[in-house]
Design a protein around this ligand. Structure first.
Ligand code: SER
Length: 583
């Protein structure tokens, strides 16, 4: 059975429309590096914007979660995963949502009721206890002793610190051949959570206060990797059919068996799969020292490190066969994987080479350090230098030190490391937590300005200019576009003048829903055509711009104020980047 297909088929039969997975790297959302949940690309619609495909949606969304990279290697965690989800945008609520989940689990997946248990929200000062969900579960046949009330930590869901949110009910499955206890104990890890139904009826403001949303939504999420493992009766996700071929390939390359080498093999499998997805995303992420690029770099390097542990010869292009296995598995579901196959392979190969060189230099530095050592301890400053300048993970330093009968001040290193992390995170505060806010007024303005800039570049620079990415925060907009040269001052001035002319002209911003093909034919600008659903919203600004876009936008360009380009620079090969502000 193809679980993804069954899930979609089931919800389509219940009146939902399947939407394509949004890209892994969110556009116009500075608060997150990656989509971390299926609901993230849907925030505007959860807040009340009308979705062109209606009020019932379902999909499988690509997600990356990075809460604790070092813990990856255990049986159940992954940095990348696919999340199956269904949504009601102000349509059905608890009764139908719980009913659908129950029906899918017991009728389609044929899970016996006896293996199921649930948690519901116990309530707090703002939100009452969720007796109604408990009653719905009971009416469906879940006994009272299998329904547990828990607090905010467990049964309240929000992405990040502010945004749409609500109490939830989580569904658990008893994954063990032992006798199933009558009563459900959420702390007994034989019970694994498989599905989360969030009743998103509130909005949490950044000051912590909560208000009711205009509409009551449902947002559900079921991690594909976990449910497949559960159904295949595996307590190690990596033993499920999803990972089989990838693990086999790693066994072959390392000439070792999975048994006894699980941790390193899981790290390699997980990190290469995630690296393939990140580098295949149309945003064109390359390994670097900031944001998504830094994550990509860390993933690749950690995989190399574990390959060395397995005795794999990392001086050759060892990642490629494993990456090809990942590509083979996903290229039919995700077009960007197929299209960017060569790019992905090159990114992996080059970063491995770079890391090898760094390692070489680091080893020299390590030897130098040994010669100057006055006692048998590598102090925190040296351990941190090896990490920071030479990319040595601390465990590598420890391993090398042990070989020489030396010790490492690990505690001191950790202190320095934490301080360093805090410093580097202040710059991108919140990004690692995963969060998505409602758009502020200034962000909405920047969003509209993005469309004007795109249109102006086409007129001034070349009609072949296309948007490659965009990123907005409260301070500025950033716009990446295809272009083969550095803009001249004249071009920059002309673009700026044109955008300001359009702002002053007070152009109306209007939106229209239409068939995707029709929209393209009518000349609407589209960034990545395959990511759009069949019916799309087209935003028009006077007669100067027409783009497929989810909004939101201002009503009239006059609201934007004055537009100014502050920087124009290279972003990657063939792609330029403009940073601009509204004053
Ligand atoms: N947003 C919720 C989650 O990620 C349900 O989809 O668990």
């Amino acid at each position: 059975m193809n679980l993804k297909e069954e899930f979609i088929k089931f919800f389509v039969a219940k009146g939902h429309v399947e939407i394509p997975s949004a890209p892994l790297i969110p556009e116009n959302d500075p608060t997150v590096l990656f989509n971390t949940a299926g609901m993230q690309p849907l925030v505007p619609y959860l807040l009340g914007e009308k979705h062109p495909l209606g009020k019932r949606l379902c999909d499988a969304q690509k997600c990356v979660r990075l809460t604790d990279l070092e813990s990856i290697g255990d049986k159940t965690h992954h940095t990348f995963f696919e999340m199956l989800g269904n949504w009601s945008l102000g349509d059905y609520f608890k009764k139908e949502s719980i009913g659908y989940s129950f029906e899918f689990l017991t009728k389609v997946l044929n899970i016996p009721i006896n293996r199921l248990a649930v948690t519901v929200f116990i309530g707090n000062d703002d939100i009452p206890k969720d007796d109604s969900s408990a009653k719905i579960w009971q009416d469906l046949g879940i006994p009272k002793e299998r329904i547990v009330y828990l607090g905010v930590e467990d049964n309240f869901w929000i992405a990040g610190d502010s945004g749409p949110c609500g109490g939830d009910t989580e569904i658990f499955y008893f994954r063990s051949n032992e006798e199933i206890p009558k009563a459900f104990d959420p702390n007994d890890d034989r019970w694994v959570e498989i599905w989360n139904n969030v009743f998103m009826e509130f909005y949490k403001n950044s000051d912590g206060s909560i208000r009711e949303l205009e509409q009551k939504n449902v947002d559900t999420g079921m991690g594909l990797e976990r449910i497949v493992a559960v159904l295949e009766n595996k307590d190690d996700n990596y033993m499920s059919s999803i990972w089989q071929q990838i693990i086999k390939k790693i066994e072959q390359i390392s000439d070792k068996s999975y048994n006894g080498n699980e941790f390193s093999m899981r790290v390699i499998a997980d990190h290469i799969r995630t690296s393939v997805f990140i580098s295949a995303d149309r945003a064109g992420i390359k390994p670097s020292n900031t944001d998504q690029g830094y994550i990509l770099r860390r993933l690749i390097r950690r995989a190399v490190r574990h390959a060395k542990k397995l005795g794999i010869d990392t001086s050759i292009n060892w990642m490629e066969p494993i990456a090809l296995e990942v590509i083979k598995k996903y290229e039919n579901d995700y077009e960007e994987i197929k299209d960017n196959k060569e790019v992905v392979l090159k990114v992996l190969e080059e970063e491995c080479k770079k890391f090898n060189k760094t390692l070489e230099k680091g080893l020299k530095e390590f030897d130098k350090l040994l010669n100057n050592l006055s006692n048998n301890v590598i102090d925190k400053d040296n351990a941190f230098k090896l990490y920071d300048t030479y990319g040595f993970p601390i465990e590598l330093t420890v391993e090398l030190a042990n070989e020489k009968g030396l010790m490492v001040d690990i505690a001191g290193f950790k202190e320095k490391f934490q301080l360093h992390q805090e410093l580097s995170r202040t710059a991108s505060a919140g990004k690692f937590k995963g969060g998505l806010m409602g758009h502020s007024d200034i962000e909405i303005k920047y969003h509209t300005a993005t469309h004007l800039l795109n249109a102006a570049l086409k007129l001034v620079v070349s009609k072949d200019v296309h948007q490659k990415g965009s990123n907005i925060n409260e301070e500025r907009m950033r716009f990446d576009f295809s272009c083969d040269h550095k803009l001249t001052d004249e071009e920059k001035n002309k673009v700026e003048a044109l955008v300001n002319e359009w702002i002053r002209a007070g152009l109306e911003v209007t939106s229209l829903e239409m068939n995707k093909e029709e929209a393209i034919k009518s000349g609407a600008e589209a960034m990545f055509i395959e990511k759009y659903a069949d019916i799309v919203t087209v935003y028009k600004i006077g007669d100067v711009s027409k783009e497929i876009c989810g909004g939101p936008h201002v009503n009239n360009t006059r609201e934007l104020g004055h537009f100014k380009i502050v920087k124009e620079e290279a972003s990657s090969s063939g792609v330029r980047r403009i940073k601009a502000i509204l004053e």
